[in-house]
Design a protein around this ligand. Structure first.
Ligand code: GLU
Length: 472
């Protein structure tokens, strides 16, 4: 039996969980779920200057909101520094790495020379074979890996295929700094190995790192995990993703009213496909996701498509689930806090009842909240401009005429529908002529779910009261 799959998500807590990171996390999570394995979480907080607690918290919150759970506790890379040091020293003992005492001036000169000769700046290996007894006094050395100087380092990548790096281009890079802190390159390898990671799925901006990391794995005699370097996400215009294109933190998407499962659905299709399937549930994503179907080309972020997918997921949600999703997001959306303050059991029940009519007209939870506002307003209702014009003299007279019949009606959508139709017939008015001022009086707007549903959701007393307010 092959060993269980262990993936990991390894964000650097220097900012929020951005959309590219969320996609990487999603791919790792899906692959672990698909294979019945685990996804671990490692916070790459070795850069003490740029890492913040707030960013770590935002990343954990973003993952949690998306439903991307991790196994075990999140691991801090920083806390593992002693282990990184230990491995670096082990490599020195094994003759696979060495202390380098080159001064900053020497390194500058090396760079200058390389530039003058038109070569990329590379460390020239001057301490590679020197005897430690030659070490200058009082200088704290770095540790450099003894990288192979000829041949190639090959990265076998599930997405990119066999990627070959000539070793002459990979110099003896630093694995441990003079202050004893590991470099990023080294820490990642030691951690992935110690955590038992079998599959690395990350952005293809890490592909060159993969070659250097392979050199460390080989020096330690460790198995190299399977790698999948996924193409980056570009903006709709093909340029590098920027804020303008949607390179925002996932919390911004929550505030824009996207459902987490819809965002996952959108993200999974950015760089991965399963036939022509566009809309999928989380269960289907888990069932279908495989690294071999990750696309080789960069994908483009498209807000319109995200919105359309969100609309699908909203329509596919049952009223109860959608009501809860709406309530959960109120603290994060604009104007949501006011609605939240007015929420009670009765309003919640009204929301559930109104949901079938509301969800068809909303592409986001923000639109859904807006559509549901009529449930939260109190009499006398504020009217928007269009509603006010529908409630002109003629509109109010129509309401006045139909009111007694509504007062006498049984309070079901069918009965109310029948009453209004009968009234239309007897007066020779078109149904819309009556429905429009009714809607305006009931919701303060010119658009809403079906007016008979609105009557029922509001309940007899409140609905009649709102009509009476206008039928004067
Ligand atoms: N911490 C790196 C990043 O946020 C990821 C490193 C890795 O996945 O190996 O880009």
């Amino acid at each position: 039996m092959s060993s269980p799959v262990i993936t990991r998500f390894a964000p650097s807590p220097t900012g929020y969980l951005h959309i590219g990171g969320a996609r990487t996390a999603l791919f790792n999570w899906l692959y672990s779920k698909h294979t019945g394995g685990k996804m671990l979480l490692r916070i790459e907080d070795t850069d003490r200057e740029r890492s913040t607690e707030a960013a770590t918290a935002a990343i954990l919150e973003g993952l949690t909101w998306l439903g991307l759970t991790w196994d075990g506790d999140a691991i801090s890379q920083w806390e593992r520094a002693p282990r990184h040091r230990e491995v670096a020293e082990e490599l020195v003992k094994a003759g696979k790495a060495y202390y380098c005492y080159a001064s900053p001036e020497e390194l500058d000169a090396m760079r200058e020379l390389a530039r003058a000769e038109g070569r990329p700046p590379r460390y020239d290996g001057r301490w590679r074979d020197r005897d430690p007894s030659e070490a200058p006094e009082g200088v704290k050395p770095v540790i450099r890996i003894k990288a192979p100087q000829t041949g190639e380092t090959v990265v076998l990548d599930d997405v990119q295929g066999e990627v070959r790096f000539p070793n002459k281009d990979l110099d003896d890079f630093i694995i441990l700094r003079s202050d004893g802190a590991p470099t990023y390159m080294h820490a990642v390898v030691v951690d992935d190995h110690d955590m038992g990671v079998t599959h690395i799925i990350r952005g293809d901006d890490h592909l060159t790192n993969a070659a250097r990391q392979t050199i460390i794995y080989q020096a330690m005699g460790w198995d190299v995990p399977k790698m999948s370097h996924i193409p980056l996400i570009h903006g709709a215009d093909g340029a590098k993703l920027s804020k303008r294109h949607g390179a925002l933190g996932v919390e911004a998407y929550r505030a824009m009213g996207y459902l987490p499962e819809a965002l996952c659905n959108y993200l999974v299709r950015l760089g991965w496909s399963h036939g022509d399937d566009e809309i999928m549930t989380i269960e289907q994503m888990i069932e279908w996701f495989d690294t071999k179907d990750i696309n080789k080309g960069a994908s483009r972020f498209d807000f319109q498509k995200l919105e359309a997918i969100n609309g699908h997921h909203i329509r596919a949600s049952d009223p109860e689930t959608l009501t809860q999703a709406l309530i959960d997001v109120l603290p994060y959306i604009e104007g949501g806090a006011e609605l939240q303050a007015l929420l009670n059991d009765e309003r919640r029940a009204q929301l559930v009842a109104a949901m079938p009519g509301l969800k068809d007209r909303a592409k986001t939870l923000v639109e859904l909240a807006d559509g549901a506002k009529f449930l939260f307003v109190s009499r006398p209702l504020p009217l928007d401009e269009k509603a006010a014009s529908l409630l002109n003299e003629e509109g109010c007279a129509i309401l006045k005429a139909v009111l007694p019949q509504l007062e006498a009606a049984e309070w079901t959508a069918e009965a109310l529908d029948a009453v209004v139709r009968a009234h239309a017939e007897s007066t020779g008015l078109k149904l819309g002529k009556i429905a429009q001022p009714l809607r305006a009086a009931l919701t303060g707007r010119a658009t809403s779910p079906g007016v008979f549903d609105v009557l029922v959701v509001l309940g007899r007393e409140e609905a009649l009261g709102r009509i009476q307010d206008q039928a004067v």
